[in-house]
Design a binder for this molecule. Structure first.
Ligand code: 5GP
Ligand code: ZN
Length: 115
């Protein structure tokens, strides 16, 4: 675990977060600066820096993340109205934490294109 990784620290319980889901592969918690009524971060337990660092060994993990996103949206009852899963890769796309994560956004109308 990289010592300075914020999300590794959250996953290890060293930094407080409001965890809403956890399993063997991922943890999901509330974003500290929510952009929608529902805004969660789905984070693999495995430290992967960016989308560009994924390998074929991670294919199952990424599929699992989308399964989890749908399950959370369903269980929290915002699936039917619509939700969005977003992964920002590199600074130009807005990535600010260097441990791969997937934003799950819902609970309001989501405009397109995103900013
Ligand atoms: P990115 O900009 O890398 O796509 O997303 C990082 C997200 O992490 C941002 O939406 C930001 O609000 C969130 N974030 C940053 N620091 C913390 C923190 O300490 N706790 C939680 N729960 N979220 C954080
Ligand atoms: Zn990490």
């Amino acid at each position: 675990m990289p010592e300075e990784c914020l999300f590794c620290k959250i996953l290890a319980g060293e930094i407080q977060s409001n965890i809403i889901y956890r399993d063997d592969l991922v943890v999901a918690f509330e974003d500290v600066n929510p952009q929608a009524p529902h805004h969660y971060l789905i984070v693999p337990r495995k430290h992967i820096r960016t989308t560009l660092d994924l390998s074929t060994a991670d294919n199952e993990l990424i599929g699992h993340i989308y399964q989890v996103a749908g399950k959370i949206a369903h269980d929290m009852e915002f699936a039917e109205e619509g939700f969005r899963v977003v992964n920002n890769c590199n600074e130009g796309a807005g990535q600010s934490v260097w441990h791969i994560h997937f934003h799950l956004l819902g609970g309001r109308d989501l405009t397109w294109p995103p900013g």
